[in-house]
Design a protein around this ligand. Structure first.
Ligand code: PGA
Length: 263
């Protein structure tokens, strides 16, 4: 069994990643203004990677506004086919061509409202990785599962299914975001201990699937009402290597405070 503290202790390579998930917020002009304001605020904060995952139509503008800064741009979803008759969908090649580096896959809102399953999450993940995108793979238990005491089994199964067929080499471009569904947008946050423990379960699952070194290297974020007030404590935990932030990523000052906590 892996000892989470030791793992963090000897590892010098694991990157902390602070990622905003704007969801369906911000028009292109608002995105431009936001990034122009944020750039000087996070300048030089290089102890973590900073990512903003934004609506598709904002990506090109965001990439341009972030050029030359330490802010990286991601999408919030991607389709699994290369191209074809999928009206309304966006491919990994399209994202690549406009300078998008990251993509969120399997967010609980996609799973809840848009019939996303572990199978489609897995297909999207493989397509994104094949195209050279970095994937922020979201998973986490719903409230009933936490109450029933099966959180560990749920996240471990999701990890397995969502990464099926992903090679060890490809895994280097995967970040896992542990997001307990009951904590998303609710103001309820997992306690730092809960976040640490469940991120640890995911890491142990990665160890089983890919070996101890891969488990030690993979960045595992916590997401779910992370904000400027609770980020420092959550990020201090051995198994929490960053955050995926919804609401608090829509305000430059709050988001900057979180980035600062990671630095
Ligand atoms: P929240 O969203 O920070 O608003 O809870 C997190 C997420 O959905 O990634």
């Amino acid at each position: 069994m892996l000892e989470p503290k030791l793992m963090k202790g000897y590892n010098k390579m694991r990157r902390t990643v602070i990622a905003g998930n704007w969801k369906m917020n911000m028009t292109p002009s608002q995105a431009k203004a936001f990034i122009e304001e944020l750039r000087p605020m996070v300048e030089g904060m290089d102890k973590c990677d900073i990512v903003l995952c934004v609506p598709y139509v904002d990506i090109a503008v965001a990439v341009e506004a972030a050029k030359g800064s330490n802010i990286h741009i991601g999408a919030e979803n991607v389709h699994f086919a290369k191209s074809g008759a999928y009206t309304g969908e966006i491919s990994a090649d399209m994202l690549n061509e406009i300078g998008c580096e990251y993509v969120v896959i399997g967010h609980s809102e996609r799973r809840q409202y848009f019939a996303e399953t572990d199978e489609t999450v897995n297909l999207r993940t493989k397509a994104a990785l094949a195209a050279g995108l970095k994937v922020i793979l979201c998973l986490g238990e719903v409230k009933e599962e936490r109450l029933a005491g099966i959180t560990d089994e749920v996240v471990s199964m999701q990890t397995k299914l969502d990464l099926a067929g992903v090679s060890a080499e490809e895994l280097k471009n995967v970040i896992i975001a542990y997001e307990p569904v009951w904590a998303i947008g609710t103001g309820l946050t997992a306690t730092p201990e809960q976040a640490d423990e469940t991120c640890g379960v995911i890491r142990a699952t990665i160890a089983k699937l890919y070996g101890a070194e891969a488990a030690d290297e993979i960045t595992i974020q916590y997401g779910g009402s992370m904000n400027d007030a609770n980020a420092a404590e959550l990020l201090s935990k051995a198994n929490v290597d960053g955050g995926l932030i919804g609401g608090a990523s829509l305000k430059t000052d709050k988001f900057t405070t979180i980035v600062k906590a990671a630095n």
